[in-house]
Design a protein around this ligand. Structure first.
Ligand code: NAD
Length: 312
């Protein structure tokens, strides 16, 4: 089983490392010069729950790849997905399965430009990962994956179940689920509140959650996600989704964390995935005639901050 990890950043490093430890033939694919040079020279250095590990994984630029993969796992940021898939098109055959676990909404159309629907598997993950510098990954905690086939029929379903089995084999705790669209909206709503607010306000999740503005902001944003989701056949349980957002607020545990969007823009001056979170709700809201005033404003504010900081 030849597996390509398309985007060997934080999460790609985790999945690539765990799959290779389980004995799969894993190739990392990336375009970040310093990261590629560091991994080629020293291996991928992993801080694994405080223990240093070195993974000697092959890493290639897309144009260097030869042959095709049995499975491609996409782990670019949302705005890099289309370019990555175009760059590795020669490694995707009619038999290649393609798994997308990116955060956010709207990746289906991008992926369907590059693979047949029968081979496309979509999902989301509760695993986390960080990069502390080129060639250095920081992997702590546990997680899970939910995934399902996008194409219809038993063959497409069997393909998705096989990918879930393979990921679980590597300890990635993957389940086949017929509810991925729901969990994708649920997770995007959480990101649409917590990631954006902590980025704009430059605070951790507990600090935001402790403000008197947190509750009305979270209610309005979750309602906008739910109103749009309803037009796509997804009936979000609004109270449960709001309760899920509030689980990120406790100051003594998870609330100390700075979400990934904060780390991208505030720490590393990189552009954010907001167009695939609140921005996706804004766009879809216009399409369905649903007002989404908070998501519209939040998207504009995050873009303004990106411009002020000249984020790359
Ligand atoms: P990442 O930014 O670490 O890696 C993605 C790509 O960014 C890589 O291809 C890499 O080349 C490039 N990159 C990383 N650091 C760079 C730098 N300093 N300069 C230039 N390029 C750089 O992204 P990620 O955190 O692995 O996320 C991938 C996807 O998974 C996203 O959709 C994200 O929202 C989602 N996700 C991430 C986590 C997590 O904990 N990291 C958890 C769940 C979902």
């Amino acid at each position: 089983m030849k597996i390509g990890i398309a985007g060997a950043g934080a999460l790609g490093s985790r999945f690539g490392y765990m799959l290779s430890e389980a004995g799969y033939d894993v190739t990392l694919i990336d375009m970040w010069d310093e990261h590629i040079a560091a991994i080629r020279e020293n291996g991928l250095i992993i801080d694994w729950e405080g223990e240093e590990r070195v993974a000697r994984l092959p890493i290639f630029y897309p144009h260097e790849l030869e042959g095709t993969f049995d499975l491609v796992c996409c782990f670019t940021k949302a705005m890099g997905l289309d370019a990555m898939l175009s760059a590795i098109e020669h490694t995707i055959s009619e038999n290649t399965s393609l798994l997308c676990l990116l955060n956010g909404i709207g990746h289906r159309d991008t992926i369907l430009k590059h693979v047949p629907v029968s081979n496309f598997i979509i999902g989301n993950t509760m695993w986390t990962a960080g990069l502390t510098g080129p060639g250095h990954a920081h992997l702590i905690g546990s997680g899970s994956v939910s995934l399902e086939n996008v194409g219809e029929g038993e063959a497409a379903k069997a393909r998705a179940i096989e990918v879930a089995r393979l990921l679980s084999d590597a300890g990635l705790n993957a389940q086949y689920s017929a509810d991925v669209k729901y969990t994708t909206y649920r997770k995007a709503a959480l990101n649409g509140v917590v990631n954006t607010m902590c980025t704009l306000l430059e605070c951790n999740m507990a600090s935001f959650g402790a403000t008197s503005s947190a509750e009305p902001i979270l209610q309005q944003i979750v309602n906008e996600f739910a109103d749009v989701a309803a037009h796509e056949g997804v009936e979000l349980d609004r109270d449960e989704v709001m309760a899920n957002v509030r689980t990120t607020f406790p100051a003594d545990t998870i609330g100390k964390h700075y979400p990934s969007m904060y780390q991208d823009l505030v720490r590393n001056n990189r552009r954010t995935e907001v167009d695939y979170i609140n921005g996706a709700i804004s766009r879809k809201g216009k399409q369905y005639g649903v007002p989404t005033p908070f998501c519209d404003l939040v998207t504009l504010l995050v873009h303004a901050k990106e411009e002020i900081r000249d984020a790359a």
